[in-house]
Design a protein around this ligand. Sequence first.
Ligand code: C5P
Length: 219
Amino acid sequence: SGQRDLVGKHLLISAGGTREFLDPVRFLGNPSTGKMGIALAQAALHRGATVTLVHGVLDTSIVALEGVQTLAVTSAAEMQQTLLKCFPNADWTIMAAAVADVKPASYSSEKLPKRSLPSSLPLAPVPDIVAELGALKQPHQKLIGFAAQTGDIVTPALEKLKQKKLDAIAANPIDQPNSGFGSDSNQAILLDHRGRKHVIAPCSKLHMAHQLLAFIHAI
Ligand code: C5P
């Protein structure tokens, strides 16, 4: 693929995990470090794109992202607000963030004493941000999601592609060595809405990012 094939394009990329707090010291979270989303921002920048990176909690450094507009959020609700604001200006949006599916049903602004913690935690759903973007998507916009899965990765990824009105999805195994959360390498099966399929063999997250961008270009 051409090195500067994204000149003139604005990419909106989400990265990292969200935290859904129960009280000021306890939250529901996930092991996302943000490495995949940051690799995508790096690769897009290298190919000449204008990049906005909306990131949740990171466990890696983002020093190599000069020129990228970077917006930090913590909760899924904050990520939703920020992405909804940025989305109209984006040509391509890639949701690499690991967003919560559920949150504690209530939040206490005072730390809950240990003795008053419930033995089971009532949960409330979190809005599906990428599905919301899928409903707002204009014809010139492309929307790409990730599906972090164990076991069969393709079937659930194809369901999500349809359900969330995505143009493509990266089915990403998280139960294989050297891939998924926190690893510097990754692997995936890329699927698009026309049935095209591309297997990304285990490689660095930066190399996977370039392969994903090339795949999106060809949709
Ligand atoms: O349904 P599932 O969470 O597996 O879907 C993963 C995809 O959906 C990812 O692209 C993720 O960023 C996005 N997602 C979202 N909002 C949520 C949950 C997931 O945008 N609340």
